[in-house]
Design a protein around this ligand. Structure first.
Ligand code: URA
Length: 474
């Protein structure tokens, strides 16, 4: 990699709009990336500082787009990924925690899946085990659901406008919170992500790594577990790219001082038995009530126990699993969930009803949360063993019915969703109910066709496979 700090603006006149005090010019930085030369640490810091400024500093959006495309095509060295991540982390506020939390601050990040509600039971379960979980989460993207959208199915649940003192209080009193990215946390990512979105440069492993890890590092965590999804319904569809992403993120996080572990997990079939927003809150509550779906529980235990081991809170994965199991079984994680939603604006009486509702039948949630006007049951046209439930097809139907959004900021309908009555490996007879659709707008023939096509049956028994494909540690 070239390590020459170059391009004084006295030598070049094009591309620089910021005046003579700037040592670098955009067009030369773009040229370096275009020609596959490495950038120096100082050049990277300058680039990130500039794009973090309002209106992109010295860079026009066209120049940021050109730099991103050159980077997308030519790639990054490991040092460049680390420098970019660190510079992005420092581009805005960095959360500052009281000394008493030191060593206990942990979080989980998922690259996005279908039916992925793991954070909802996991954050309170970890809090019940004595960890501090300042979880900063996101909204749904493409076909994947967003943790914040799910939680907002609970009336008055607040995800923004928390000051550092509020966050300290929530960690002290409850042990966890789940909120959105605040105004000035990693502004460089806001700018870069917006330009990536319109320049076909989202799907780059180095750019995804720096985007995600800079935000996690700005949370000042001691340890982080990553759930890197792999499969037809994941952003990374093949094992090699998932592994590369996991390794790059683990390396970037470790170089910023976090204890890191990543689990590469299967994402072809929906996780658990619910896809949507309110219905996924219900499934999470069911899990917190000690009656979780085994598929969901496998991921909660695996991610939580690896995180507890990485952060030094348990000596083995088995010890972590057993602690998590006991807080889910004895109701202490459920109490933490209740305290968390109250701390985030939900009325105590409603929070108590969520805790008390009997979710052995998940449909009982509609006595507490708003329900869709229409319910349609879809039955099988043949019998057999379930070998596949195509998560993408179901997620697309849920999104089209209003559970997700086409563009950023658009409203979503929390009541819309799908309830599954089968999972991979189950046996079902012809004419049996396998999916219930909650909807407001009309369910079209096209939707019904897509749902029916999502179920693949086999005449031979199908093994229930573990979702955990590989663990990647630092
Ligand atoms: N999520 C992020 O926060 N950043 C990316 O680049 C991709 C997914």
């Amino acid at each position: 990699m070239a390590d020459v700090d170059l391009v004084k603006n006295s030598e070049v006149t094009n591309g620089c709009t910021k005046g003579l005090s700037d040592p670098y010019v955009p067009s030369k930085i773009i040229q370096k990336k275009r020609d596959g030369e490495g950038m120096t640490k100082k050049e990277m810091e300058w680039f990130i500082r500039e794009v973090s400024e309002l209106e992109g500093g010295s860079f026009t959006d066209a120049q940021i787009g050109a730099w991103l495309m050159a980077s997308y095509l030519k790639g990054f060295s490991s040092e460049e990924i680390s420098w970019m991540t660190e510079a992005m982390m420092h581009s805005g506020d960095i959360l500052q925690w009281p000394a008493e939390f030191k060593g206990h601050l942990v979080d989980k990040h998922s690259t996005g899946g279908v039916g992925d509600k793991i954070s909802l039971p996991l954050a309170p379960a970890l809090a019940a085990c004595g960890l501090k979980v300042p979880m900063i989460s996101g909204r749904g993207l493409a076909h994947t659901g967003g943790t914040l959208d799910k939680l907002e199915s609970i009336p008055n649940f607040q995800v923004t406008n928390f000051k550092q003192s509020d966050m300290n209080q929530m960690l002290r009193d409850v042990g966890c919170f789940i909120i959105g990215q605040s105004g000035n946390l990693v502004p460089a990512d806001k700018k870069l992500y917006a330009v990536r979105d319109i320049t076909a440069t989202v799907n780059s492993i180095p750019l995804i790594t720096s985007s995600i890890m800079s935000k996690k590092a700005a949370e000042s965590l001691d340890a982080l577990v990553l759930d890197v999804k792999c499969g037809k319904a994941a952003f990374m569809q093949d094992f090699n790219s998932s592994k590369q992403l996991a390794e790059k993120m683990v390396n970037a996080g470790s170089s910023l001082g976090m204890k890191m572990v990543a689990l590469i997990t299967q994402m072809d079939n929906p996780i658990g038995r619910a896809i949507g927003n309110a219905i996924e809150v219900a499934e999470s509550l069911q899990c917190l009530q000690g009656n979780g779906d085994p598929d969901l529980l496998e991921l909660v235990y695996a991610l939580g126990s690896h995180l507890m081991a990485a952060s030094g809170h348990v000596k083995s994965i088995e010890e972590g699993e057993s602690k998590l199991k006991s807080v889910l079984d004895d109701g202490s994680a459920l109490e933490k969930f209740k305290d968390m939603v109250i701390a985030q604006g939900v009325k105590p009486s409603l929070a108590q009803r969520l805790v008390d509702v009997d979710l052995t039948d998940i449909d009982n949630i509609w006595s507490v949360l708003d329900k869709s006007e229409n319910v349609t049951d879809i039955k099988t046209t043949a019998g057999g063993y379930v070998s596949e439930i195509d998560a993408i097809s179901l997620a697309v139907v849920a999104k089209e019915l209003g559970a997700g959004r086409e563009e950023e900021g658009a409203p979503i309908d929390h009541t819309v969703g799908l309830r599954l009555y089968v999972s991979r490996g189950s046996h079902i007879k012809e004419g049996e109910l396998w999916v219930r659709v909650y909807h407001q707008s009309k369910l079209t023939q096209d939707h019904i066709h897509q749902i029916k096509g999502a179920l693949t049956l086999s005449s031979d028994p199908v093994d229930k496979k573990s979702r955990i494909i590989q663990v990647v540690s630092a």
